[in-house]
Design a protein around this ligand. Structure first.
Ligand code: G6P
Length: 367
């Protein structure tokens, strides 16, 4: 049956709002409620023996991989090499026999990613695939197939596939950590409990739709927007900038907060809004001082944080968007929502073709 928009104005909007449901659906096939543990589909290699992980993807799927790199390293203590598919193959990457290569793709057909997968296969890698289309080429070639259950994604700019990818990657990182003896049974329970809280937290984030729609006109006239984040929030800054570029055609850049002083700070004036993605936590202070650098130059800051972060640093911001307090393993899923909604509403104000942005394709099957 054809997918319908229902009461939504665009597929992208519908897909943003489906996220609590499809993330719950995805998680339910990776988490066992009975004993509060992670369970993966069948595969026949030893996950505990993996010494190195190579992640390859394109576009938004690549940013999901970048977030997961933090998790694989932090929880499973596995070194991760990550690259965009179009660069990966041509740099003659070092691939040790028996390494695990992980490909992330909504469509499972992106030509660059598929070519990288085949290259890894020829070079003795075990192939894991996180994919939304279970009948796709990548799905067929996987040793370990990890489906996302986002359902068909029609909007060209990926939204629900991204958060479902993050859900699967969080489960995989946790499972790998258990297998490697880096996570105790008790810690596994704790992680699983937090993951099960993700859909409710996504719903809370979606409640800010009206506030975000109200701030969109502030962005519609600007030529550039800067997105900042640190640690696992840095890939979200990249994703936020990508979403805005894709559908509103406003130039945007994502930067690691601490790297701003090495370049983009030269762009800051009162015409360049800066979106700061910063849940409170150990890195928060540092990000706040980067925010101060922006404000001292007349820059307007939109701070996306939780209650504690906004209390501490919200004053003097152009706007703040308050997210629920969540575990770092689900924060990127939750913080993806305001970033998607902002891009969506700015595009609606500008009147662009949200679901079919110019020059872009849903699935890029040429190199
Ligand atoms: C295209 C789409 C993006 C997507 C990228 C990777 O550029 O417009 O939304 O992130 O391809 O696609 P994949 O299907 O491999 O995730």
């Amino acid at each position: 049956a054809a997918v319908e928009k229902g009461n939504y104005r665009h597929f992208m909007q519908k897909e943003i709002f489906e996220q609590p449901t499809v993330v719950a659906q995805t998680l339910s096939s990776y988490l066992r409620r009975e004993d509060v543990s992670v369970a993966l589909p069948q595969f026949d290699f030893d996950l505990s023996a993996i010494r190195r992980l190579t992640i390859v993807a394109c576009g938004t799927s690549y940013y999901a991989g970048l977030v997961a790199k933090y998790w694989f390293e932090k929880f499973a203590r596995v070194p991760v090499d990550i690259d965009v598919a179009s660069e990966f193959r041509y740099r003659d990457p070092v691939l040790e026999e028996g390494g695990l290569a992980l490909f992330i793709s909504q469509s499972g057909e992106t030509a660059d990613t598929l070519a990288a997968l085949r290259h890894c296969k020829e070079n003795g890698q075990i192939i894991a695939v996180v994919v939304n289309v279970p009948t796709s080429s990548m799905a067929r070639e996987a040793d370990l197939l990890l489906p996302t259950h986002a359902g068909p994604e029609i909007g060209v700019a990926s939204t629900k596939a991204f958060t479902c990818q993050l859900a699967v990657l969080a489960a995989l990182a946790a499972h790998m950590a258990v297998k490697k003896g880096r996570l105790t049974r008790e810690e596994e329970r704790e992680v699983v409990t937090h993951l099960l809280e993700a859909p409710a937290a996504l719903n809370e984030a979606l409640n800010h739709d009206d506030d975000i729609a109200a701030m969109a006109p502030l962005f519609s006239q600007t030529r550039d927007v800067l997105y900042l984040g640190r640690g696992q929030d840095y890939p979200l800054a990249l994703e936020g900038a990508l979403k805005l570029k894709e559908i509103s055609y406003i130039h945007a850049e994502g930067y690691a907060s601490g790297e701003m002083k090495h370049g983009p700070i030269a762009l800051i004036d009162d015409d360049v809004p800066v979106v700061v993605i910063a849940p409170s936590g150990p890195l928060f202070e540092k990000t706040v001082s980067n925010m101060e650098e922006v404000r001292a130059r007349g820059g307007k800051v939109v701070l996306i944080s939780d209650a504690a972060g906004i209390k501490q640093a919200g004053e003097g911001c152009l706007a703040t968007i308050e997210m629920p307090v969540v575990h770092p393993l689900i924060a990127p899923l939750v913080y993806a929502i305001p970033v998607q909604l902002l891009a969506y509403h700015v595009a609606v104000v500008k009147g662009t073709d949200v679901d079919q942005p110019r020059n872009l394709a849903k699935s890029v099957t040429v190199e």
